[in-house]
Write a protein that binds this ligand. Structure first.
Ligand SMILES: NC(=O)c1ccc[n+]([C@@H]2O[C@H](COP(=O)([O-])OP(=O)(O)OC[C@H]3O[C@@H](n4cnc5c(N)ncnc54)[C@H](OP(=O)(O)O)[C@@H]3O)[C@@H](O)[C@H]2O)c1
Length: 219
């Protein structure tokens, strides 16, 4: 399987790329700095330089052509309202257009729980981020792509547990980036799971089993 990732140098993105490389599958994608290309090469992953904001839909389609699956795990990461609108809000829709143009049907979007940290009365930037992530989900579900939206709860860099709580609706808690990445990789290998929104948080079910339980039941 050949996977094209935008957000490939990020916390979740580089883990997805590394896990795919460990399974001897091909991961490639966009990064914005040469040192990130070099660091990923050290993990056996080949990345290419590119900025999804500077590139046109046609250029993005050209970059990803030949891939079987697309993964969006980029984010403005608190870079301000404008960057959040462009990357988290407009980004997935733009990349869905590019994927369609490149003939890539399967599109996995890493999103967020819409109710994340509502109880904390976060600042305007965070509220904007939550709204833009939802706007991106709306754009993706309106396409006829074979999409999957994965909403992880708050991310940590603790070591992965290999276990999660995955389903259509979950309580927002915390999950490691390792476990989110492993869930993404498992979902990429479960093509029966399509056109659905899943929520994932730390839990007790082995990831392979948790993903398998989401496959449609044949009666
Ligand atoms: N943080 C949380 O608690 C949390 C919770 C739920 C969901 N999420 C979502 O989970 C996903 C992964 O989070 P993360 O913490 O792994 O993200 P991250 O470490 O902040 O990585 C995001 C990556 O996106 C890249 N990026 C930003 N703008 C780009 C552009 N214009 N072109 C190409 N790449 C660009 C960044 O590149 P640079 O390295 O060049 O900056 C970075 O490597 C994000 O979509 C985030 O919204 C986060």
């Amino acid at each position: 399987m050949k996977v094209f990732i935008v957000g490939m140098a990020g916390g979740v993105g580089r883990r997805v790329a590394r896990m795919l490389a460990e399974r001897r599958e091909e991961a490639t994608g966009l990064v914005r700095r040469q040192e990130q290309v070099d660091a990923l090469a050290g993990q056996g992953v080949s990345a290419r330089l590119g900025d999804m904001l500077a590139m046109s839909v046609e250029e993005l389609a050209e970059a990803m052509r030949g891939a079987d699956v697309f993964v969006f795990t980029a984010g403005a990461g608190g870079g301000g309202l404008e960057a959040t609108t462009a990357i988290d809000g407009d980004g997935p829709g733009k990349l869905a257009q590019a994927a369609a143009l490149a003939g890539i049907r399967r599109f996995l979007l890493v999103s967020v729980f819409p109710e994340a940290w509502r109880e904390r009365h976060m600042n305007e930037d965070f509220e904007h981020y939550i709204q833009e992530k939802k706007r991106a989900e709306i754009a993706l579900v309106a396409t006829d792509l074979d999409w999957v939206i994965l909403r992880p709860s708050a991310l940590s860099d603790d070591p992965g547990t290999g276990r999660v709580d995955l389903g259509l609706a979950k309580v927002h808690r915390e999950i490691t980036r390792d476990d989110v990445a492993a869930t993404v990789v498992e979902l990429l290998h479960a093509p029966e799971i399509s056109r659905t929104i899943l929520e994932v948080t730390g839990g007790a079910v082995p990831i392979e089993e948790a993903v398998s339980a989401m496959k449609p039941r044949v009666s």
